[in-house]
Design a binder for this molecule. Structure first.
Ligand code: GLA
Length: 384
């Protein structure tokens, strides 16, 4: 997070409210190395935190209202009394931070009247979990301003609950866990059923590699019904197979054969094979064998494209062109239908890979995608 963005948030707070904020809090966006559409079935994920994210300048206000504002928003600040917060009351971006205040209140952690000004150096809607970063920066700010001591795993669950119930996006726990629990230089192996975590070393630079995040230019929303459809299919598959969740199939050889419906079988097969790929990736990272992770990333993409049907044309083009230029692995990232792709490439080949992606885009008359090098960074924190 650049100091400039924090300064901007403080400046906007002063200008808007004529007072100094009590502090500035930050939460990062995330990259998911592997483990897609496994979190809401109690499976495994392996995300890491980015340097970029969302900042919130916040201060105690007299009265009981939680007021949110963004310098990038032409609208007026949105303020709601803590007791009046209820799902359905707020729409647009303000639903994320106000949803967190609601979630804290529902859990018995009463937020104080607080004013919050939001800013970011993370692309919004690019599949890097800008919404979870907004929720988690808000969650830390509200708890610190009110002097609430909420353990981070619980804060992640509350932020996720806000997204599910207040915003209405049926997402899992991965993004909020990444924002609040990741360590710099590591990916976070999270067992979404037990909540158990392990920090797995991830230092691409030291291995002569780069992890490139390619913003495919296609935007996505997680509330458009397709994400929810996939989630329902997984639940139906688990019911049909008489297991609590698809996670229970991770260790069984004949995992999804009992599903007669071919589409349901493909959906379930993605989840079962993806969980295995996450565990295999973590095992390789523990041995420092990041380059060997490449084929697992590419297999994850094929599974998301062919079995889970959540890839999109731009992501497929990024993956194909990156691999043909010598990348060791590549895949779409996040919930699907838009956002970013992840490419693992040797450092000395990264510019060739980038050029190949740009050329493939140009051939289709698509605008060149933005590419950034992802560095596994630290989790949410108070900046000042
Ligand atoms: C989105 C959701 C996550 C997760 C991914 C897919 O990012 O917010 O909970 O389900 O999609 O892996």
């Amino acid at each position: 997070m650049s100091a400039e963005v924090a300064d901007r948030a403080v400046g906007a707070y002063r200008a808007r409210f004529g007072a100094e904020p009590d502090g500035v809090w930050f939460a990062p966006g995330r990259v998911n190395l592997i483990g897609e559409h496994t979190d809401y079935t109690g499976g495994f994920v392996l995300p890491f935190a980015l340097e970029a994210g969302v900042v919130v300048a916040a201060g105690r206000a007299s009265g009981e209202a939680i007021t949110v504002w963004s310098g990038q928003d032409s609208g007026a600040p949105r303020g709601v009394a803590v007791d009046a917060l209820a799902p359905g009351l707020v729409s647009g971006w303000a639903a994320y931070p106000l949803g967190v205040a609601w979630s804290l209140r529902e859990a018995g952690y009463r937020p104080a009247g607080t004013r919050l000004v939001v800013d970011a150096d993370l692309a919004m809607g690019a599949g890097l979990s800008s919404s979870a970063a907004l929720e988690c920066a808000t969650a830390l700010a509200l708890s610190d301003v009110a002097g609430l001591a909420v353990p981070r795993p619980e804060l992640a669950a509350l932020a996720s609950g806000a997204e599910n119930e207040f915003v209405g996006a049926p997402t899992g726990i991965m993004d909020q866990s990444a924002a609040l629990l990741c360590q710099a230089g590591h990916a976070l192996l999270l067992d979404c059923r037990s909540g158990a975590t392990e920090d797995v070393p991830l230092d691409p630079g030291a291995a002569g590699l780069q992890l490139l995040v390619v913003d495919t230019g296609t935007r996505h929303v997680l509330t458009d019904g397709r994400y929810a459809q996939r989630r329902r299919a997984c639940e139906e598959a688990a019911r049909t197979l008489r297991v609590g969740s698809l996670r229970d199939l991770t260790d069984r050889p004949d995992d999804v054969g009992g599903l007669a419906d071919p589409e349901l079988r493909r959906r379930a097969r993605h989840v079962v094979t993806e969980n295995k790929r996450v565990l295999a990736t973590a095992a390789l990272l523990r041995r420092g064998a990041l380059a060997d992770v490449g084929p697992l990333l590419t297999a994850s993409h094929a599974s998301l494209r062919d079995d889970f049907d959540v890839s999109w044309p731009q992501a497929d083009v990024v993956v194909e062109s990156a691999l043909s230029a010598g990348a060791v692995g590549a895949r779409m990232m996040g919930g699907g239908f838009g956002g970013s792709a992840l490419v693992l490439a040797r450092g000395d080949l990264a510019s060739d890979v980038e050029a190949a992606i740009a050329a493939a885009y140009a051939e289709r008359r698509w605008q060149a995608p933005a590419v950034t090098v992802a560095v596994p960074s630290g989790s949410a924190r108070r900046l000042r």
